[in-house]
Design a protein around this ligand. Structure first.
Ligand SMILES: [Zn+2]
Length: 379
């Protein structure tokens, strides 16, 4: 999101959808195709709460939304587009908005952690419903990764990511969310009862320090996107498990607290973390504004600047991926010129090739780096 039913491993039998899944690849044979894509940030359930059916294509959603919804923008994501782009894994968020925001309130919103919990449980139910479709599974363990990457019967896997930890009412409740399928928790969005966040600086709270211990004990991945600087470095000290920044760009290019400073990027790399580059124009170019914005002013070459900078700091190409944040409060009007819907995500691979990345680097950045982290971090 922009700013600034528990059960065991799902058994999904081989299914005839496998053949149809691969058809778009064949019909687009003129284009260069890359192995597979992992998108580390999509607010699928939040969009569903606002009336968007994930299984409808973005183009079908656009027909239903005229004029486009001002909160959501022009739709970019639907299951058909993800299939077309060969996206095999998304980090799908549970995200609820706090009511105490300085700008006009987002609805629905929460006043208390209990209300946040209720909103997030509804979103969890949405994902559990989606997973009744044989093309979709919720990834809970390493073995589920093999299921979704199987070339003979590919599926879309959703790794559930809680963005802003207010729905965890008390640190002890972390286990309950893990059992319900959540595998990644970002303590902050704006400030939460655990951590300072975007445009809300501050360290971890006392409860936040406890949350770090509970998350490590439970085996969750820590998502450091949105964490205020003080919280970020405190959390790195207290939490010894796997760390990521699911959707963050470089502060040295776009100087706001929403992006990562060079020091933060280097700290994530030192912990073998992976950072998802965000495909939101406002986070790609410092002077781009949503009001009166011109889409064509930002291109994939701007995305390459962020990816290059992160790779330069890392000294390799193993710590960057994609975290598009598509449909995270903005739409097609606010993403780079070459992209219209999520079906265009393969074009990021072409742009990486044009920017001098090797085939192996491109496969890693489009998906391999995230998969390696998940294989290390998941139970
Ligand atoms: Zn976000």
């Amino acid at each position: 999101m922009v700013e600034g039913a528990s059960g065991g491993t799902q058994q999904v039998a081989s299914h005839p959808v496998a053949r149809t899944w691969l058809m778009p690849t064949k019909s687009h044979s003129r284009e260069k195709r890359f192995r597979f894509i992992v998108d580390a940030h999509e607010d699928i359930a939040d969009n569903a709460v606002l009336g968007r059916d994930f299984k409808l294509s973005a183009l079908e959603k656009r027909k239903l939304e005229t004029p486009p919804d001002s909160r959501m923008g022009i739709a970019t994501v639907g299951l058909p587009e993800l299939i077309q782009a060969n996206v095999r894994i998304v980090f799908a968020t549970l995200w609820a908005a706090p009511c105490n925001m300085p700008e006009p309130k987002i609805k629905p919103c929460y006043e208390t952690p209990q209300q946040a919990y209720d909103l997030a449980r509804k979103q969890l139910e949405y994902y559990n419903d989606l997973a009744k479709d044989p093309r979709i599974i919720i990834i809970r363990s390493k073995s589920d990764i093999d299921l979704v990457l199987d070339p003979d019967s590919p599926r879309l896997g959703a790794v559930l990511l809680m963005e802003g930890a207010d729905p965890i009412v008390t640190p002890k409740q972390t286990q309950e969310w893990f059992e319900a399928g959540v595998r990644i928790v970002g303590p902050a969005w704006h400030a939460t009862h655990y951590a300072g966040g975007t445009r809300a600086p501050g360290p971890l709270t006392e409860l936040g320090r406890e949350l770090m211990k509970e998350m490590e004990r439970t085996g969750l991945i820590l998502d450091m996107s949105h964490m205020a600087e003080a919280s970020f470095f405190e959390a790195l000290d207290l939490f010894h498990g796997p760390v990521i920044a699911s959707h963050s760009n470089c502060r040295s290019i776009v100087p706001t607290d929403r992006q990562l400073s060079d020091e933060m990027i280097s700290a994530l790399v030192a912990r073998e973390g992976v950072i998802g580059a965000v495909l939101f124009n406002k986070f790609l170019q410092p002077d781009w504004r949503e009001t009166g914005a011109i889409k064509s002013k930002v291109t994939l070459s701007d995305v390459m600047k962020h990816i290059h900078h992160m790779c330069d700091l890392a000294g390799d190409r193993l710590h960057v991926g994609i975290g598009s944040d598509f449909d995270g409060g903005f739409g097609a009007e606010s993403i780079p010129a070459e992209l219209d819907t999520a079906a265009d995500l393969q074009k990021v691979g072409e742009a990486l090739g044009d920017a001098g990345f090797s085939q192996i680097d491109i496969d890693n950045i489009l998906g391999g780096n995230w998969v390696r982290l998940l294989r290390r971090a998941l139970p």
